[in-house]
Design a protein around this ligand. Structure first.
Ligand SMILES: Cc1cc2nc3c(=O)[nH]c(=O)nc-3n(C[C@H](O)[C@H](O)[C@H](O)COP(=O)(O)OP(=O)(O)OC[C@H]3O[C@@H](n4cnc5c(N)ncnc54)[C@H](O)[C@@H]3O)c2cc1C
Length: 487
């Protein structure tokens, strides 16, 4: 009889792992505590409006192609993908914005008009970003993080110095325009740390941004979740929602089963895609690998305050993805990473998917998602949320030159407390553990438990890190490691 693999959680990493494990011939069941699968990438539907609750940027389409390709499929077998033109817009002040177009030629033009000579520097910068991207994909991110040696190849050795410089230094070396610097430093925010604390090598995210482009799956990121779930079910995976895992059972140092909603079930192997810290709390103390002080010392990616808003009219002067960088990022970043507190004057991001995908809002109306990055673990109350909502709606009105407040039909919010309540997230982090130098590759929490046989981990707190593409990769490398090392 084929071995029983039980997967905790149904985020992208668990979904991906479920497909690989089923393809390898295991009997796979996924247990998800929420009503729907997708983890942080769930969907909210209200009064004819649709919102992606979590991720909204579809970057690195090659990783999705590679994932589906592993099963003889293509993304287009499951969802329709459109390249966004323009990719996004960035506001720096009242009626003062730059638009990042969908082609490199147009991006070079925009750089040149903002700072003479900058397009030449950008070309060089992007060449190194592309080389780094290729190295990352070929030599680094698909490695299981078991040993430092797995990272040693002639190509990576040639790039070692880039791990000891930072993205911030690399960007600022030749580009002087503050606005262009902000645009070039933005992509590493996906990795969860400040540009000044992110190795220069990670400028490959700039190639992901300008070189590979920003895409939109019709129906949003949740369509991708649905696509992978369909693939998994076709491979024989069983999904159980409203299934809260309360305990991981160990017998003679080996996983023996799970307690799910007070029922005990036997497992041959357990793979958890729930937040790593939470998964360890499902084990008796002697089987945990990392102490509370270990987690406390780590640099976590930000939490977020999010609003999902239905407007009764179309919003003007914004794009599908619009960034509001009209305040001091360094000050805001200090409140996230150095002195956890609410920012006085935060940057924020807004997404209006109904601009390009009419399915997101009733005709003539607009769906808006707003996100403010925050320090994990800070106090979260309704009053504070309301204060920030007023602040960002006021800024949206002022910067884009229109009134929208009176056009709000409804708003829903999501913040630190919800991340903890809905996902068992450590300190309410939104997207895992940051990719700093000391939290890269083999320095991240391990995929394979050192204390319990046949217990494995996947997801944004282990390798390779935060984001939807890395989560898909995490599911793959965990499954490969299981195949090699399971008892
Ligand atoms: C607001 C936000 C915006 C983001 N934006 C982007 C973006 O634009 N682009 C991008 O690429 N990435 C983005 N990310 C990051 C990306 O969404 C995540 O990195 C990725 O979805 C994480 O997947 P995962 O599999 O690691 O975990 P998760 O999605 O967190 O899945 C873990 C699952 O485990 C379940 N679980 C926890 N405990 C238990 C238990 N005891 N029993 C059963 N189930 C349990 C949880 O309910 C959850 O469903 C964003 C994240 C957030 C939150």
């Amino acid at each position: 009889m084929s071995k029983k693999v039980h997967i905790i959680g149904s985020g992208f990493s668990s979904l991906a792992a479920s497909c690989y494990m089923a393809k390898l011939g295991y009997n796979v069941t996924v247990f998800e505590r929420n009503a729907t699968v997708g983890g942080r990438a769930r969907r909210l539907e209200k009064e004819g409006f649709t919102f992606d609750i979590g991720p909204t940027w579809y970057w690195m389409p090659d990783v999705f192609e590679r994932f589906f390709g592993d099963f003889g499929k293509k993304p287009s077998d499951y969802y329709q993908l459109e390249k966004l033109e323009p990719a996004y817009q960035v506001y720096f002040g009242v009626a003062d914005s730059l638009t990042v177009e969908g082609t490199l030629d147009k991006i070079y033009e925009m750089f040149e008009s903002e700072e003479k000579g900058s397009s030449q520097h950008l070309k060089k910068f992007l060449k190194s970003a592309k080389d780094n991207y290729e190295t990352a994909i070929e030599d680094l991110v698909y490695k299981p993080g078991v040993s430092p040696l797995e990272l040693v190849t002639p190509t990576t050795i040639a790039r070692v110095s880039q791990f000891f410089s930072t993205v911030r230094k690399k960007v600022r070396k030749n580009i002087k325009s503050k606005k262009l610097i902000q645009i070039l430093e933005f992509p590493v925010l996906f990795l969860g740390a400040k540009p000044s604390n992110t190795p220069a090598f990670y400028n490959f995210m700039n190639y992901a941004d300008f070189g590979l482009g920003t895409w939109h799956p019709k129906g949003g990121m949740y369509s991708v979740v649905e696509g992978i779930k369909t693939l998994a079910e076709d491979l024989g995976v069983v999904f159980k929602t409203h299934a809260n895992v309360q305990e991981i059972k160990v017998s003679n140092g080996k996983v023996s089963g799970l307690k799910v909603d007070n029922e005990e079930i036997e497992s041959d192997l357990v793979l958890s895609g729930a937040d790593y810290h939470h998964t360890e709390t499902l084990l008796k103390k002697e089987y945990r690998q990392y102490s509370e002080s270990y987690w406390d010392k780590k640099t976590f990616a930000p939490s977020s305050l999010l609003f999902y808003v239905g407007f009764d009219k179309k919003i003007e002067n914004v794009e599908h993805h619009t960034l509001f960088f009209d305040s001091d990022f360094d000050k805001h970043a200090r409140t996230i990473y150095d002195d956890p507190s609410w920012p006085d004057d935060p940057l924020f991001y807004a997404s209006f998917p109904s601009i390009t995908d009419p399915g997101f809002a009733p005709k003539g109306k607009e769906a808006g998602v707003f996100l403010i990055p925050l320090a994990p673990g800070i106090k979260d109350t309704d009053e504070i949320r309301e204060h920030y909502f007023e602040m960002i709606i006021g800024r949206l009105e002022r910067l884009t030159g229109q009134q929208v407040k009176k056009n709000i039909i409804f708003k829903e919010s999501f913040c630190v407390n919800d991340f903890v309540k809905d996902y068992n997230s450590y300190k309410g982090n939104a997207y895992g553990m940051a990719n700093t130098l000391l939290q890269t590759a083999f320095l991240r929490p391990k995929i394979k438990s050192k204390k319990v046989q046949n217990l494995y981990f996947t997801g944004q707190l282990t390798v390779p890190g935060p984001g939807v593409p890395p989560s898909l990769i995490s599911g793959k490398i965990t499954s490969e490691l299981i195949q090699k090392t399971r008892a």
